[in-house]
Design a protein around this ligand. Sequence first.
Ligand code: PBG
Length: 330
Amino acid sequence: MPILPTHRPRRNRKSQVIRDMVQETRLTTHDFIYPIFITEGQNQQVAIKSMPGIHRFSVDRVIDEIGQCVELGIKSFAPFPQVNEVLKDRLARESANMEGLYLKTVAEIKRQFPEVVLMTDVAMDPYSSDGHDGIVDPDSGEILNDASLEVLGQMALAQARAGADIIGPSDMMDGRVAWIREVLDSNAFSHVSIMSYTAKYASAFYGPFRDALDSAPKKGDKKTYQMNYANRREALVELALDEQEGADMVMIKPALSYLDVIREVRNNTQLPVTAYNVSGEYAMVKAAAQQGWLDGEKTMMEVLTSIKRAGADAILTYFAKEAAEVLRRG
Ligand code: PBG
C-alpha cells in the first residue's frame, strides 16, 4: 500500500498571495550600486558592444543618466573612467589628477546630486600603461606590492577630495585597506568609508569590462594578486585582514559563480557584505536573451535575487536600471 504524504510543502506555494507571504528574499532599489563608465568629450553616449544596454558617458550625459536612475530609486553609483591612452604611464599618475576626467566627473556628480552615494574605484589599471592594478617592475615584470600602496593612497585621497563617499580598493594589493585608512584619517577624511574588494578572483568574467575601459593587462595576467577561483577558505583569510585593517564593508567579486563564497563570508562577518555582479555575468544573460534562448528579464531578476539570498546586502550590477524599472512596474 503506497503511503500518501503527511507533509505537504506545496501548501505554502498554492497561491501568489501565500507565495508572497512566505518569500524570504526581496529585491529593492536600495540593494543596487550602479557601475557607470565615464569617457571624455561632450554629448557622448557610446554603446559598449559586449554589454548591450550599457554605455560610456561624457560628463554632461552621465548627469542625465544619473538623474533618470535617481528618479527610479537608485541612489548609489560606482563610476569607472576610460582614460585616454596618452595619459597613461607606469605609475598611473593621472589617477590623482584633480583636473582629470574621473575626479572632475565625480565632483560634478556630487555637485548636482549631493544626496547620491558615490563609490570610487582604487586600482591603477585604467591609468596604467601596463594595464595592471599595481606598479610593474620594468625588469622582472613583477607587480610591486609596497610601492603600489603609495600610489593607491594618493589615488584614494584625491578621490576623497573630489567628494567620494566610499573608496573601493579593487587592486588586491596586500595591506591597502590599512594604508588607505591611514592616509584618509591623517588628511581629515575619517568620514569617508572603505568598501574593500575583499575576495576578488582572477576571473574570465571581467572581459567585457576591460573592453569597455581598454584596461586589459598589456602583458601577463592578474593571478599574482587576484585570487584563484578554486579557493574558498582563502576568502576568509582576506576577510580577517580587511576587518582588522578597518574596512567598513566587504565585497565578493564576481558574484554568480561565487555564491558559496558570499555565503561563507556572510556567515563569518558582522560587516555589510556586497557582491559585484560583473560585466561577463551581465553579458552572458544579455547574449542568451538576444538569441531568444532565455527570458532576459526573468533571468535578471533570478540572478539578482540569488545573489541577495546567498547573503549579499547590496549588489553592484549593470542590471540596476533595468531591474529598477521592473520593480517599479511591480
Ligand atoms: C580593476 C577592475 C576590474 C573590474 C572592476 N575593477 C577588472 C579587472 O580586475 O581587470 C571588473 C568589473 C566587471 O567586470 O564588471 N581594478
